[in-house]
Design a protein. Sequence first.
Length: 661
Amino acid sequence: MLPTNKMANAIRALAMDAVQQANSGHPGMPMGMAEIAVALWARHYRHNPADPRWINRDRFVLSNGHGSMLHYALLHLTGHDLPMDEIRHFRQLHSKTPGHPEVEVTPGIETTTGPLGQGLTNAVGMALAEKLLAAEFNRPGFAVVDHHTYVFVGDGCLMEGISHEACSLAGTLRLSKLIVLYDDNGISIDGHVEGWFQDDTPKRFEAYGWNVIRSVDGHDVDAVDAAIAAAKKSDRPTLICCKTVIGKGSPNKAGTHDVHGAALGDKEIAATREALNWSSAPFEIPADVYAAWDAKAQGQRMQGEWDALLNAYSERYPQQAGELLRRMQGELPGNFNETVATYIAACVEKKETVATRKASQNAIQALAPVLPEFLGGSADLTGSNLTNWKECVAVRADQPGNHINYGVREFGMSAMMNGIALHGGYIPFGATFLTFSDYSRNALRMAALMKIRSIFVFTHDSIGLGEDGPTHQSVEHVSSLRLIPNLDNWRPCDTVESAVAWEQAVKRRNGPTTLIFSRQNLPYQERTKEQIADIQRGGYVLRDTADAKAILMATGSEVDLAVKAADELAKLGVPVRVVSMPSTDVFDRQDAAYKARVLQKGVPRVAVEAGVTGLWYKYVGLDGAVVGIDAFGESAPAGVLFKHFGFTTEKVVAAVQSVIA
């Protein structure tokens, strides 16, 4: 049996060599957490390097993602498809070893981390998904969903406010398969943390309802091993507090912030090699070390045992087995399209005038019976966001369900949803007021970066919120969200557009979606079947006329205003086309011919939206006009505010007249 210190030193050598070659990176954490990694990955972590997407694998999240070389070293050593050439190209263009771990870039990476605290919060979502799936699919003698979620965190992750949001909820929900190993080294970029971080972390987590294992020597593999074994027996999530020395092994830089985020330098690396008795050349690993780390045979054995269990489960419970596999593969049920079509036809027949937040709830109600993978929720605004449905069941510690009361935790909710989506088996959606999307923003950005199917529902979308005033009235938010690459934003104008927006969000598998809804009632708009089909293209001609002298485009609550203005302009002998643009992001991806057909060249354009005006000039041009609001709102009834800020038929008519003059 190879000594564990030699296994740990392999991690240290790879980390310091890769960072040195790149002249960029963070060697301190990998060197300090090396023994913790040995204890977890060599003795507890269930994975199969030959199949990194095995359904029942344990999930490992490096929340302190700046120490990415720790994860890359582990993946390489255990036999994943990450050859040494990729380690040599750490932090280089198009390598599989980017500066921070990125899902779908490196085999074996479960989530993209780097913004501290979010990896931990993703892991809470993963652990929740595991618990709910196990409750739904496991049967006596058939624990087909049975795995742990392990997280490495540092002081920075625990300083971030999102860690409070997520870990509080994890304790409340008693996510016992969640095990967090805390690298308590007392160092951050600025130096020793006691000047700005003196939390009693164990007491804090005990207050959350966690099982806490204190004062573990993080450089003692057996001690960490024993702590993990004890954690696996707890009925609560566990925090293992590991005392470590950052940069362990470096004679002159260990225990200082100098080793946190910079290469050690050739002289210090040579001194470290001598201190560790590591004689191998850079990027060379002895055969006995590879043999000790190799997890391929064990991984294939574990997955083979699970495959046999799944086969027996499939014979006994064929419907459940098929459903579990379908959902973990992210496929929609065969009757989804038919359900959507039936519901849209019902919307056309009813012609309801309702708030689009209510139209959204109606769509959820229609889709939920055929989408058991729906996992909804709200950040303490369920009665306002309307993300519940008649048959939904609230998730509690002792009650599996499909609707989560996240509490006032918008950021935590959004990052947990990302973890749920990454785990698989569910399509998560969660809601808050649009103005609080600011709290969630970095999680939305991470969802877009990872290209995952998280659905963010934002209601009360403009000054139409009314009396709550400018603190709650979204002005800049819709345009701001449109700036995030790979994030599709939908602001529908009525029941039909709301239904299509939900359909497209559910069908989309290569990125997240925001669904932006009104508080106030919006009238139904008449359409042909062809127009309904074009909604999914993001923008389409809603009202047309021969020889249009101008194009009026609008979104959400302003579409009806554009229609009314078109009627007034017709009376004045000014025919105009009305374009509804529920998703500029989707419209922008359409082919040039379609876009030119909707927005005819050479025809003056006016855009109308109850938000900031800047984005719209890419559609109307510098000679066009935008009816918007480039100021914060006021506290008053919605109708008063729309009139006060110029969202009137007269104002839109005047804008059209100005561009055709």
